[in-house]
Design a protein around this ligand. Structure first.
Ligand SMILES: [Fe+2]
Length: 256
């Protein structure tokens, strides 16, 4: 399996591959090589508490924020590719869906990275944390848990967080970055919808209730309890049901 260290190279290769002629072998089980995914030495990965928050009104603070978003997209490319190769035996559309996600994440990475470059910085210039990939590791043995807790939890959190980040960027005059976040939010609704699509498919196959199964998986895999405010409009557009949205509010209010 090819491991590309540079995220810039990985994004460019994902974007340029034409997969229309690919013959899918959905039952082929692949073995993960060590140190997957390939990634460069930088950014330096640290605990979330060790990350400095800088004022977004300064150039360095704004670049730090754009860097954090760029890092999320770098992880998102790896997450989509991991979904593609790791879990065998699903319908062909599963693999097509995650390939489309990988391509869109690669585009998001490139858009944010070129904006970061325009501020005089590059990917790797700031430290970052590894929360997204950590959950991918924890759920690597269970596709249902992966779908529940990565796209439907951690990536769905991005739907909630994006409007406030966008407003902060507008408030400091970075209209270009705000426009990028509009594109990203639109695409991310689609990615969470794909997570919902396949989560529901697997729940139906195993005759599981999506709401109670989610609560069980969140407990077993120690998923973070999401804090509001929630972007209900985006979450509805991404296919969360009223029962799921009610459970989200309930989990938050029953948290002690
Ligand atoms: Fe993205």
């Amino acid at each position: 399996m090819l491991q590309i260290e540079s995220t810039q190279t990985k994004a460019a290769q994902v974007r340029s591959l034409d997969t229309t002629q690919w013959a899918l072998n959905i039952d082929e089980t692949l073995v993960a090589p060590h140190h997957l995914p390939g990634r460069s030495q930088r950014p330096l990965l640290v605990q979330p508490a060790q990350l400095k928050t800088r004022a977004v009104g300064t150039l360095e603070g704004r670049a730090g924020l754009i860097h954090a978003l760029t890092h999320i997209e770098a992880n998102a490319i790896n997450l989509a590719l991991d979904m593609l190769w790791r879990f065998a035996g699903l319908p062909a559309d599963f693999y097509r869906d995650w390939w489309q996600v990988a391509q869109e994440e690669a585009l998001h990475f490139e858009l944010l990275h070129s904006h970061l470059n325009s501020l005089g910085f590059a990917y790797g210039d700031f430290p970052a944390h590894d929360g997204l990939w950590d959950m991918a590791e924890r759920t690597k043995g269970d596709v249902l848990a992966r779908l529940a807790l990565v796209p439907r939890t951690l990536e769905a959190r991005g739907l909630d967080a994006t409007p406030a980040v966008r407003n902060r960027l507008v408030s400091v005059g970075d209209r270009a970055a705000a426009n990028l976040l509009d594109i990203i939010l639109r695409d991310e609704i689609g990615h969470v919808a794909i997570g919902n699509r396949w989560y529901r498919y697997l729940c139906a196959q195993h005759e599981l209730d999506p709401v109670t199964t989610y609560a069980d998986l969140a407990k077993v895999y120690r998923a973070p309890i999401l804090k509001g405010p929630f972007n209900m409009e985006a979450r509805r557009a991404a296919g969360f049901t009223d029962a799921e949205l009610a459970a989200l509010n309930h989990a938050q209010t029953s948290r002690v």
